[in-house]
Design a binder for this molecule. Structure first.
Ligand code: F6P
Length: 329
């Protein structure tokens, strides 16, 4: 008698991130190669509650490897923060005949996967967020592309900043995580990087600018993570810019990069990370294992217990921050 084919689901949730499509493709193609059926759940957990599923075959994931956004669409789903919502999600998985679900998203989405697992659904989480703020993984899908997008834009700002002897204050994404600001700040030679992990003040920025002005520096890039503006009395990016200009005498302009950081063609590194993470998730489900998060550690793909991993505190790379401060002068 022919054995019944296992069905697995895949969804993208929370803020979209370049490389999510590459994960979806890798999940679908590897599951299909193992004779599993694959369904894509549209619009994240909201779509799961609405039982909004589509069959994924080999060709339905063609031509998406290089595309930003997510063909499955995404959403933030407040109903999933409540137990009743999660229970209904587990019911939906059973109705759809899923013996496993791959959830691609950031912290909130991975917590949704953890809650679903507690309701008996074998879930595997894949860190997909531009913020790079999942403690157990050195990199999340989307981060590398977002940093490269910021670099491209700041390089352009630098040209005009240099011509006019100005300061460009650039606000990048990251409510609770300064990684985009930190990595782009290093790569763009920012004289100051303001991030939520470190206590920041306008005084310190002004002092550094005054010091470097004396050393002959004439134009400046400052990178500010979204999460720092309006915190600790700092004010918005443009209010900070007004203070910097008044106190240093350097004409200061603000650029808030916004959602452009979430889109675009995923980098090579992103596509590879996404592909290996997607395949790893399917290998776990094939072995009947759920309740894990896939992570990238020291160039290896590993997996951790989802509850334990989400309980970890993220370590901030202070060394990188100090290094940036020393050489951007
Ligand atoms: O989590 C990714 C992210 O882009 C954050 O950097 C940002 O703070 C947030 O999402 C914005 O969320 P929304 O799409 O709900 O405006």
């Amino acid at each position: 008698m022919e054995q019944e084919r296992k069905t697995i689901g895949v969804l993208t949730s929370g803020g979209d991130a370049p490389g999510m499509n590459a994960v979806v493709r890798a999940v679908a193609r590897s599951a299909l190669s193992k004779e599993m059926r694959v369904v894509g759940i549209r619009h994240g957990f909201s779509g799961l509650l609405a039982r909004d599923a589509m069959e994924l075959d080999l060709r339905s994931v063609s031509e998406i490897l290089h595309r930003g956004g997510t063909i499955l669409y995404t959403s933030r789903c407040p109903a999933f923060y409540k137990e009743e919502g999660v229970r209904d999600g587990a019911r939906a998985c059973r109705e759809l005949g899923l013996c496993g679900l791959v959830v691609i998203g950031g912290d909130g989405s991975l917590r949704g996967a953890k809650a679903l697992f507690a309701q008996g659904v074998p879930c595997i989480g894949i860190p997909g967020t531009i913020d790079n703020d999942i403690a157990c993984s050195e990199y999340t899908v989307g981060f590398d592309t977002a940093v490269n997008t910021v670099i491209e834009l700041v390089d352009k700002l630098r040209d005009t900043s240099q011509s006019h002897d100005r300061c460009s204050l650039v606000e990048v994404m990251g409510r609770n995580s300064g990684d985009i600001a930190l990595y782009a700040g290093i790569a763009c030679g920012a004289v100051a990087i303001l991030i939520p992990e470190i206590e920041c003040s306008v005084d310190a920025v002004v002092a550094k600018m005054q010091r470097t002005l004396k050393m002959g520096k004439r134009h400046f890039i400052i990178i500010l993570a979204e999460g720092v503006a309006n915190r600790n009395g700092l004010g918005s990016a443009s209010e900070i810019a007004v203070q910097i200009e008044a106190r240093t005498g350097v004409e200061t302009r603000t650029a808030v990069l916004g959602y452009v950081q979430r889109g675009g063609v995923p980098t090579a590194r992103e596509r590879i990370l996404a592909s290996v993470m997607g395949v790893h998730a399917v290998e776990l489900l094939e072995r009947g294992i759920g309740g894990r998060i896939v992570a990238s550690v020291g160039n290896q793909i590993v997996d951790y217990d989802i509850a334990e991993a989400l309980g970890r505190k993220r370590e901030f790379n202070r060394h990188l921050y100090d290094l940036a401060d020393m050489i951007s002068i």
